[in-house]
Design a protein around this ligand. Sequence first.
Ligand SMILES: Cc1cc2nc3c(=O)[nH]c(=O)nc-3n(C[C@H](O)[C@H](O)[C@H](O)COP(=O)(O)OP(=O)(O)OC[C@H]3O[C@@H](n4cnc5c(N)ncnc54)[C@H](O)[C@@H]3O)c2cc1C
Ligand SMILES: *[C@@H]1O[C@H](CO)[C@@H](O)[C@H](O)[C@H]1NC(C)=O
Ligand SMILES: *[C@@H]1O[C@H](CO)[C@@H](O)[C@H](O)[C@H]1NC(C)=O
Ligand SMILES: *[C@@H]1O[C@H](CO)[C@@H](O)[C@H](O)[C@H]1NC(C)=O
Length: 529
Amino acid sequence: MQSSSYFLHLFVAVALAGAATMHVSAPVALPLGSLRLEGRLSFDESDLSSASRDFGNRGRLLPAVVVRPASAADVAATVRHVFRQGGGRSGTLTVAARGHGHSLHGQAQAAGGVVLSMESLAAGGGMTPAVVWPGAEAYVDASGGALWIDVLRESLKQGMAPKSWTDYLHLTVGGTLSNAGVSGQAFRHGPQISNVLQLEVVTGQGEVMNCSDKENADLFHAVLGGLGQFGIITRARIALEPAPKMVKWTRVLYSDFRSFMEDQEMLTSSMESFDYVEGFVIINRTGILNSWRSSFDPQDPVRASKFDSGGRVLFCLEMATNFNREEVESKNKQVERLLSKLRYIPSTLFQSEVSYLEFLDRVHVSELKLRSVGLWEIPHPWLNLFVPRSRIHDFAREVFGKILKDNSNGPILLYPLNRIKWDNRTSAVIPDEEIFYLVAFLSSAPSQSSLEQALKLNNEVLEFCNRAGIRMKQYLPHYTTQEEWRAHFGDQWDRFSQRKEIYDPLNILAPGQRIFHKAGARFSSSTWQ
Ligand SMILES: Cc1cc2nc3c(=O)[nH]c(=O)nc-3n(C[C@H](O)[C@H](O)[C@H](O)COP(=O)(O)OP(=O)(O)OC[C@H]3O[C@@H](n4cnc5c(N)ncnc54)[C@H](O)[C@@H]3O)c2cc1C
Ligand SMILES: *[C@@H]1O[C@H](CO)[C@@H](O)[C@H](O)[C@H]1NC(C)=O
Ligand SMILES: *[C@@H]1O[C@H](CO)[C@@H](O)[C@H](O)[C@H]1NC(C)=O
Ligand SMILES: *[C@@H]1O[C@H](CO)[C@@H](O)[C@H](O)[C@H]1NC(C)=O
């Protein structure tokens, strides 16, 4: 009974998918009917529709079914089922794990395939999203579908916290570990993928495996930064440190790029430094989208922009020092000592104190503001680059003020990272230099014309890099042909594709990255440029 109704539903769902997107030429019955799960399958139109969206808001591919797993065993059963029957060599099904759907280009979508809602895993089967193990070498076991904000909240209950973050915490553990996870702590602790002790992974054959530096080490390193290509992370063991209570948050402005970058590098290479260092570029900014991510001072969120720039491009250095009440004096002295070494414009020192949780969750405040005025669920033509240090000055000279005359549609982040904190056995791709900069163009496009304009500018930046021979690497990469992916991976391509053959030989997993293609799988690139 159950099985036949699944079958019927599936039939309807695929027909619907075809009607709504015109990617599926004819309804096809998918052999998922015999799948038995603790969790459930959903063919609900609204579930399928939300699984076809992402933060990028640039294109949509409807899946045939959304699976809400209650356990790693459910994830494994689903993948195994597709591997043996629905995928098979002749089958057409693919499987996309979907974290919070904060991808930009459909990376968590599966046209006519199976989307695994990883957030259900975090909520399902009586599992808590995260279990904290205190002690000298404390760690947290987090569900692959847990949001980082929930991992933080659980850890804080024990006075602990992970060390390395993203700027925004409403992202999943599995989603950021499939990329890298970078923020202002990465110069010291490395990206989030450098802070993982162990993973539980479901491979493309539907096998559940534990892996770490010691056990199944190749799988472990493959999955970290692996763009979802080798396995689905169902659990991650993440190193913790004692959590500070408070943060002293400081911003200063520069008009000279060289002083700005030299000061950033001085801070990110010194033993005594801030606990967090980022930076952003301010080019003639106006409007609400500027204050994205800068909920700095509750009374006056874009206070810094009131400084009279006289039309110059400004560079804002953002720093934070963690502290507890009893150390406030020594920490204040440390901050003053560090600030005295910097060459910012003296009248531009802005400081505030907030709780550690408020600091880490700062972007959520902006999210709520933007949502309230309908400016969150709009297209996000983001471009994220890792630019090698040797060319960052050339890059800045050409891009800030020349290619880009303003950044009124969103912030531009710019801060250095240290290669030594990255593990070259992982799948993450970074430039071949000891220091490289994250440069993130985080545009929002409230209108069609602003979308076209942002895409045009992104292209000009990429063309400039190409022309000038700047060997940057895209972060959260998006490419449409295998030639481009090969170039992205460079001499890591052979290892990457060999790992694919071992762990996902039928190319079932994460089809939305468009690196490997399942023979016969439905995919229409017509919605994607
Ligand atoms: C507002 C905002 C701020 C951001 N800030 C930062 C930042 O500061 N630093 C940073 O590094 N990134 C940042 N990101 C990017 C973020 O890391 C990516 O969006 C990432 O994809 C995580 O989102 P997600 O959890 O929703 O994953 P999804 O978008 O759902 O998935 C991303 C990819 O991983 C795969 N995947 C998802 N879950 C799993 C799993 N459990 N196992 C294996 N594969 C899986 C998916 O199939 C897909 O291919 C930001 C994104 C947004 C929207
Ligand atoms: C993985 O490790 C956890 C504990 O660390 C254990 O409970 C689980 O059974 C292991 N799974 C496999 C497949 O070995
Ligand atoms: C800055 O923006 C304002 C408003 O959009 C515009 O009128 C002005 O020309 C811009 N200035 C420069 C130097 O681009
Ligand atoms: C990683 O770096 C080490 C140390 O620099 C080097 O010996 C090794 O060959 C590198 N491995 C890979 C796979 O690039």
